[in-house]
Design a protein around this ligand. Structure first.
Ligand SMILES: [Zn+2]
Ligand SMILES: [Zn+2]
Length: 324
């Protein structure tokens, strides 16, 4: 089958013909129709996340059709394969409803070959049915950008004035959910990124501007999606007493030292890691009712490197998706 293969950081993905994956018990074989490109893929390719299997087929926002295997889905069913690919089911995190933190978790497109290919296998217990309202390429960004963004939104609690710093694939989805919930969204972007600020306003943000300079009023919470550590003190400055700052990316540049005063007043600072299946079920049921509409730019599978490059350069509005 055709696949884009990662062989080590500093090297572009290589278009190759590789053997079709073997289907083991409890797995489904999926014909990939669309696979979202996530910033985590970029962190893997750039060597920020240091322990991928090698060689690796990246991609963890896979929408495809079940060809065979497993007992949960009928042949031809449309499923989504997310980042969380397998958990042990018995560690302290798994048994307490926190499988996103499983000690032995395996991740799609990192520990397990993912969706930058014509075919992929996945543990059927970790796949999601895809809501009918979405075309394949529209659904793909829901599976990580949407899911993890939703988890971060849930952990931000009742925040009415909500900052989203870094307005890419995740934030453009979370913004729509937050606005539908009656929250006011403040979108922080790079200074002078008028196009993205306009995009955020078009999705209902009440303010869009330079994240580093901060919004014109105090916020209840900020979710930082950009992998930029310097935005953490900026976000802590922007939140009120008792406010929260959550970092939703899988990697971030070092956070600069900041005065304790920024945390004083019972501000809460946390990361948001991975997803649980429960997050997925909840979000995929919610998305069509908002309704969340995803803004996507599609690329043929062979152009995965170009898609990653556009993501790196901040040249995308919404999400990049590879299509079969
Ligand atoms: Zn576990
Ligand atoms: Zn992701």
């Amino acid at each position: 089958m055709k696949a884009m293969v990662f062989e080590g950081s500093g090297r572009p993905l290589r278009a190759d013909q590789i053997p079709e994956p073997e289907v083991r018990g409890g797995q489904v074989l999926v014909r990939v129709r669309a696979c979202g490109v996530c910033r985590t893929d970029l962190h893997i390719v750039d060597g920020d996340l240091t322990k991928p299997k090698l060689p690796l087929v990246p991609g963890h926002q896979v929408v495809g059709e079940v060809l065979e295997g497993g007992t949960r889905f009928e042949r031809g069913a449309r499923v989504g394969v997310p980042w969380l690919g397998w958990t042990c089911g018995e560690c302290r995190y798994c048994v307490s409803g926190n499988e996103n933190l499983c000690d032995r978790a395996r991740f799609t497109g990192y520990d397990i070959d993912g969706g930058y290919a014509e075919l992929a296998t996945a543990d059927e217990r970790f796949c999601f049915p895809i809501p009918e309202a979405y075309a394949d390429e529209q659904a793909a960004p829901l599976l990580c950008a949407g899911l993890i963004g939703y988890r971060a939104l849930r952990l931000a609690g009742e925040a009415e004035a909500l900052g989203l710093y870094g307005f890419g694939a995740s934030a453009h989805i979370v913004c729509q959910v937050a606005v539908a919930q009656g929250r006011r969204v403040f979108a922080g972007t790079r200074a002078g990124d008028d196009e993205t600020q306009e995009f955020a306003r078009s999705l209902g943000a009440v303010w869009a501007g330079d994240a580093a300079a901060g919004p014109p009023e105090e916020l209840d919470a900020v979710i930082v999606f950009a992998p930029v550590g310097a935005l953490v003190p900026a976000a802590l400055t922007a939140v009120r007493k008792g406010g929260s700052v959550g970092c939703a990316g899988s990697h971030m540049s070092d956070i600069p030292a900041f005065p304790y005063e920024l945390l004083w007043g019972e501000s809460v600072f946390r990361s948001v890691a991975n997803l649980t299946r429960h997050d997925g079920e909840e979000f995929l049921a919610l998305a069509p009712t908002v309704p969340v509409r995803t803004e996507v730019e599609t690329f043929p599978l062979e152009e995965a490197n170009e898609a990653l490059e556009r993501l790196r350069g901040g040249a995308l509005q919404g999400a990049a998706v590879l299509v079969a």
